[in-house]
Design a binder for this molecule. Structure first.
Ligand code: DQA
Length: 141
């Protein structure tokens, strides 16, 4: 059976392609998922986006104990900088989570330089546009 990876995207990432393309690029979320499916034909690329913190937490709980998954690639959007609840959910499950950001959060406003989820993630990839997702998936294999 093919191994699965969950690509989990948080608030406002449904607007990719239309939202600040000078920062986040022109690719839509569908483009990014389609690119991952092409690059990783031997994986099942499961994906979910929500603008609601609790829904992201529910999804982490759902797959976080599932041995069919190699891990979760998480772009938590602005929840990265604010959500202790999301950090607790990541810490509560055995599945590795890789934090991703399209932009280089360390080169942006002060508030974006702090990630509450980084200490509980396996690692972080930040600043490579849609390639950040590809690098994060590779890190899980
Ligand atoms: C982001 C960076 C966050 O600071 C921001 O709130 C986002 C996107 C990124 O992918 O660069 O929504 O996670």
């Amino acid at each position: 059976m093919k191994q699965k990876v969950l690509i989990l995207n948080g608030p406002n990432l449904n607007l990719l392609g239309r939202r600040h393309p000078e920062i986040y690029g022109h690719a839509t979320l569908d483009d990014i998922i389609a690119g991952l499916c092409m690059t990783f034909p031997d994986l099942v690329i499961d994906h979910f986006q929500s603008n609601h913190e609790g829904e992201l937490i529910d999804r982490i709980h759902q797959v976080g104990f599932d041995p069919d998954y190699a891990g979760i690639v998480l772009n938590a959007g602005a929840y990265t900088h604010t959500s202790l609840a999301l950090a607790d959910a990541i810490a509560a499950v055995p599945l590795p989570v890789v934090e991703v950001h399209l932009s280089n959060i360390f080169a942006r406003e002060e508030i974006r330089r702090r990630s509450l989820i980084a200490p509980v993630c396996r690692g972080s990839v930040s600043g490579f546009g849609s390639k950040s997702y590809e690098l994060a998936v590779r890190a899980l294999l």
